[in-house]
Write a protein of this length. Structure first.
Lengths: 237, 265
């Protein structure tokens, strides 16, 4: 079993300098996929956010033909809980419409859409595609799916938090357990130690820490400690 | 076999969803005495409107014999709301790789009938293996399952013991409810499969199930003129999409007839 978890940091860059397309390109290189896109609508303002590494010609064609309104990799996939392999969308009445055009632009038809449901009922979509054969693609998808999930939520939270109103509304709500564990981390305790101190399994500690990192929009536990201190949730050291 | 139903294929399996809601009413209201809303003999709540994914255990005749509902923890789910008591009012976990399982149940009444070809424990194992394998394929690392103590014991008995619990056990109806944590790993899948003596693929092919369901009920339930019309449409379909649409129409008509005869009964 070899499941990679690569996570590329975005939130540490100040917002005006954030290069989302560059971020997606780095993600493609790291995960070994050809193109990646991210789409979401702001649940309050309704503003659409969309970033993609697709070539300019395809973007213009796509927008000119309003393919975003029918594209099953966005519309159908956004109602799924699990990541949707694009093979599953072949039954969609709009599949041919989008994929025939994409084929004319020599774009891959293998791909996956990772839907992330946010706290306000909004959905963020991270799409990745590849020209691999069926067999290679199945292997690649299995290998990177965990990374895609983690990157999707990180990207989604960062984009949503770039809206001042949403940032205020989504002030991180840590449970007492999560705060307690983060405080022990700040005191230099290992995951195993913390498990022993609190009489819970070390994996339970890990799940709480993962949740804490996600709520605080950080990649590493060290960053989470930093943010926890700056938000006044825990004491330093 | 395990059938996965979500927003993308739900309209093909209305009758399965309907049977699942009836099973949930029997289990969660009648047997466990939980305060769940039952309409017309079917238990469903607002989380069923959020496009969850259902894993449904079916027997060889495609009867619903067990089910489970899954939602992401990044968005609205039951621990943020109805099951808040379990977390003592604390905010729930949030992680893209952790999902929540609720409404896990098995149709013990049907499985204990003398003519049943399946046992309660083999069905429970198959459903648990299905959950773990589906979660694994979806890239998850862990799942949180809201269960009652009896189901918690079944998890443990089937070599699928949770590694931890969140919050506390609370009284709910005639029984209690608790939130159990399970890792999603190849090791856990192997343990459940070994215990349940499960070999090979357990997931149903959705096309096969949809066609079997359409063939199974229509012929005696639809009036002859509707049946002829539907079968003509299916035979005349020239594309996959057209055939699909024709099968859906037939299934929808059957569902109409079925729910009407139900109300008369």
């Amino acid at each position: 079993m070899n499941r990679r978890i690569d996570l590329i940091d975005l939130a540490t860059t100040p917002e005006p300098q954030r290069d989302y397309v560059g971020h997606l390109s780095r993600l493609c290189d790291t995960l070994g996929v050809e193109h990646a896109s991210y789409f979401a609508a702001n649940p309050i303002s309704g503003k659409m956010h969309g970033f993609t590494t697709y070539p300019e010609e395809w973007k213009s064609h796509y927008v000119a033909h309003r393919l975003q309104e029918v594209d099953p990799t966005l519309n159908s996939a956004s109602r799924s809980v699990a990541p949707v392999d694009w093979k599953r969308l072949k039954r969609d009445p709009n599949y041919d419409r989008v994929f025939k055009d994409a084929n004319d632009f020599k774009l891959p038809f293998q791909g996956v859409t990772v839907p992330i449901r946010g706290m306000f009922g909004e959905v963020g979509l991270l799409c990745a595609c590849s020209s691999a054969t069926d067999e290679e693609w199945t292997k690649l998808r299995r290998n990177i799916i965990g990374s895609l999930l983690n990157n999707a939520v990180h990207l989604h939270d960062t984009v949503m938090n770039s809206d001042p109103l949403l940032k205020t509304l989504s002030h991180p709500k840590l449970s007492n357990r999560e705060i307690e564990i983060l405080q022990w981390v700040a005191a230099g305790k290992s995951q195993q130690d913390i498990g022993d101190i609190l009489a819970i399994s070390s994996r339970t500690v890990e799940v709480h820490l993962r949740s804490t990192r996600e709520k605080l929009c950080t990649i590493s536990t060290a960053q989470a400690v930093g943010r926890g201190v700056s938000l006044g949730l825990i004491h330093p050291g | 076999m395990i059938l996965v139903i979500d927003a993308l294929n739900r309209d093909r399996f209305q009758s399965v969803i309907d049977d699942m809601f009836r099973l949930r009413a029997r289990v969660f209201r009648d047997r466990m005495g939980w305060e769940v809303a039952v309409h017309d003999g079917r238990e469903f709540d607002l989380f069923d409107n959020l496009d969850p994914v259902y894993l449904v255990a079916l027997d060889d005749a495609y009867n619903v014999i067990g089910c489970n509902r899954m939602l992401q923890t990044t968005g609205p789910h039951m621990l943020t709301d109805v099951f808040q008591d379990i977390l003592c009012g604390e905010p729930p976990l949030r992680s893209a790789t952790v999902w929540e399982n609720t409404r896990f149940c098995i149709d013990t009444e049907r499985l204990k009938r003398p003519d049943s070809t399946r046992s309660v424990s083999s069905t429970a194992c198959e459903l648990m293996a299905g959950i773990a394998e589906y979660a694994y394929e979806s890239g998850l690392t862990d799942v949180i399952s809201v269960v009652d103590p009896a189901m918690d014991r079944i998890l443990k008995r089937c070599d699928n013991a949770p590694y931890g619990y969140l919050g506390k056990t609370v009284q709910m109806g005639k029984t209690k409810a608790l939130a159990a944590l399970s890792d999603i790993t190849e090791e856990r899948i192997a343990r459940i499969r070994a215990f349940g003596e499960i070999t090979g693929n357990i997931f149903a092919d959705e096309d096969e199930v949809a066609e079997a369901l359409a063939a199974q009920v229509t012929d005696d339930m639809l009036p002859p003129y509707l049946l002829d019309y539907c079968n003509e449409q299916i035979a005349a379909a020239s594309t996959l999409h057209e055939k699909d649409a024709a099968l859906r129409l037939k299934a929808a008509l059957v569902e109409k007839v079925r729910s009407r005869s139900d109300m008369r009964a």
